[in-house]
Ligand binder design. Structure first.
Ligand code: GLY
Length: 573
């Protein structure tokens, strides 16, 4: 396995490879989009109908999700967009992760006793990093799209102006955050119905957001990061105790990064690189399990083996990973088959390894996180693909939108390790590698992924916090086993993340025999009532010419469509 870490600020990107590409590439001849909301999928299809490519559609889907799924992502947040361009086989990750403001300090969330003030770290403007989504959209449109940024933002602007109807997911996630949002009446006025969580069918109209999107569409980056929108953002943030400055916004830079690449059983995985922890963790797990024939193992042995590999990868996540522009990440070691062999050698097939016996800070604690964030997968008729995972962190982010902007801010600062040994909202604790520093990107679990072989291609990803990585892993293994996206998105899920030292299982994955078998090996097993994730996947089978798309059945609002030809639309995927 070979990993190169390439960091290029958007401004200096070189596209010489594309200019030189001349090969005729055969695409699937049809497109597919799977996203968390049918209006976002529609927005992407409309852009394809207008002659846009997958990258234009990705901007349209992302911006539409920012409007109609405000709990999960938005213009005030960030994300990772993994692009694959068929013409020259280019794969690149567009990193629109938020950054810490310049005035951020390592102890900014600590109280007098040195404990993290959870309220400051998650609620309101002090919890917000400098947004990266607008920079990523502008970059993707400019460097990879066929249409203008304004064209691709048009569906989102219409959705913001005309409104959309509240659905169950909107309602359930707002129930969780409404008490915080009510602190800021101007924010609540946008997303709530008076002081109440709106009924299903209530129309959410976002006039200020439409104006902000329009400024971005008309002026590009300056429409968001400079000028009147930036001034309103900074004034609103500072008025409520935040520390953003105009310089923070003007200085935000998106980054192109070389994805993590690894191979498993003849398939090439192209996946998220730091500041995501996902690609390295998945590569490590696959390296550990590679010599095993999973199909020949019993169900109990298979879950045990996967859990032991996950345990070790999550230990390393906590120890070594952070923003690669700030910390030296030991890529060679983490991705080396020899290192994986060493980890594998310490796995007993007849016994769980207590996490406490794996060297790490004993204070390390990782707790599962919730299902916010969002993911879409898409492919166009030429075979260009985008796997995008986007977030504002907790549902409805910081629950605060600076007045006059409609920009619901992220609370991504909580993805930093605010203090050694103290869990964030998801129980994730890191060390120096993920400590808060001005301008630094907080570590993420988002893992947009593309898997390819000469015969079959998968575009896959999911929200789900710390469990994103293992959900994507299970989906990838299922794809490599020969199954299609309906299977990846609906399969029952299992997870181990080092600490707490337990295997967690979705209820559908748990039965008495499995539980008893794992317990007999020494595992703690926790069965979770709530389903996890919201996976959206697309598959292209080059041998049959078929394209399939699927949305996670756990949430009704998802949508997956296969569209025939350049413009036409097929049935539900
Ligand atoms: N905010 C969740 C993540 O980036 O992993």
């Amino acid at each position: 396995m070979k990993v190169r870490c390439l960091t290029l600020f958007f401004a200096i990107i070189s596209l010489f490879g594309y200019a030189q590409a001349t090969a005729e590439v055969q695409g699937p001849g049809k497109a597919a989009i799977a996203s968390a909301h049918e209006l976002a999928t529609e927005a992407g299809l409309r852009i394809l109908d207008q002659g846009g490519n997958a990258f234009d559609a990705a901007v349209a889907v992302s911006a539409a999700l920012a409007v109609v799924e405000p709990a999960s992502s938005g213009i005030g947040g960030g994300g990772f967009w993994l692009l694959h361009r068929a013409a020259d086989d280019l794969s690149i990750m567009v990193d629109g992760r938020e950054t810490a403001p310049a005035a951020a300090t390592a102890d900014m969330y600590l109280d007098e006793d040195g404990r993290v003030d959870r309220d400051l770290a998650t609620n309101g403007p002090l919890a917000a990093g400098i947004p990266g989504a607008p920079a990523a959209w502008a970059h993707i449109a400019e460097q990879y799209g066929r249409l203008s940024l304004a064209d691709s933002l048009a569906p989102a602007i219409e959705l913001a102006e005309q409104g959309f109807e509240v659905d169950l997911k909107y309602q359930q996630l707002l129930n969780w955050r409404a008490h915080v949002m009510l602190r800021w009446p101007e924010t609540a006025a946008i997303f709530m119905d008076g002081e109440n969580v709106p009924d299903i069918g209530h129309r959410v109209i976002q006039t200020d957001l439409a104006a902000t999107l329009r400024a971005l569409a008309e002026q590009g980056l300056d429409g968001f990061y400079r000028g009147s929108v930036a001034e309103r953002l900074v004034a609103g943030v500072r008025d409520q105790g935040g520390i953003w400055t105009l310089e923070d916004l003007a200085g935000y830079r998106g980054v192109e990064r070389e994805p993590v690449r690894t191979e498993y059983r003849g398939y090439q995985l192209i996946t998220a690189s730091p500041p995501s922890s996902g690609g390295i963790a998945i590569a490590q797990i696959l390296n550990i399990i590679e010599p095993f024939d999973l199909a020949s193992l019993s169900r109990i042995e298979r879950v045990h083996l996967l859990s032991e590999a996950m345990r070790r990868a999550y230990r390393d996540r906590a120890l070594y990973l952070g923003d690669p522009d700030f910390v030296e990440i030991p890529y060679e070691m983490l991705l080396s088959p020899h290192y994986a062999a060493g980890l594998r050698a310490a796995i007993r097939l007849d016994r769980a390894t207590p996490s406490g016996m794996l060297a790490a800070d004993p204070g390390l604690l990782v707790r599962p996180e919730s299902d916010n964030t969002t993911h879409f997968s898409l492919i166009d008729a030429e075979g260009n693909m985008v796997s995008g995972t986007l977030t504002i962190n907790l549902p409805y982010g910081a629950a605060f939108a600076p007045p006059g902007t409609g920009v619901l801010l992220n609370n991504e600062m909580d993805d930093f390790a605010a203090a050694p040994g103290e869990p964030n909202a998801y129980g994730l604790i890191g060390f120096a590698a993920n400590a808060i520093e001005p301008g630094k990107r907080m570590l993420s679990s988002m893992t947009p992924t593309i898997v390819m072989s000469p015969d079959r291609v998968a575009v896959i990803g999911t929200p789900g916090g710390a469990r994103i990585i293992t959900m994507v892993l299970l989906g990838v293994l299922d794809f490599i086993d020969g199954n299609g996206p309906e299977s990846w998105v609906s399969m029952p899920r299992l997870h181990h993340q080092y600490q707490p030292d337990e295997i967690s299982l979705e209820r559908a994955a748990a039965d008495d025999e499995l539980k008893a078998g794992l317990e007999a090996l020494g595992h703690e097993v926790s069965v979770r009532a709530r389903p996890w994730g919201n996976m959206h996947g697309v598959m292209w089978d080059r041998t049959t010419g078929t394209v399939e798309a699927a949305h996670d059945p756990r949430w009704e609002s998802g949508s997956a469509v296969v569209a025939d030809g350049e413009a036409g639309r097929g049935g539900e995927g």
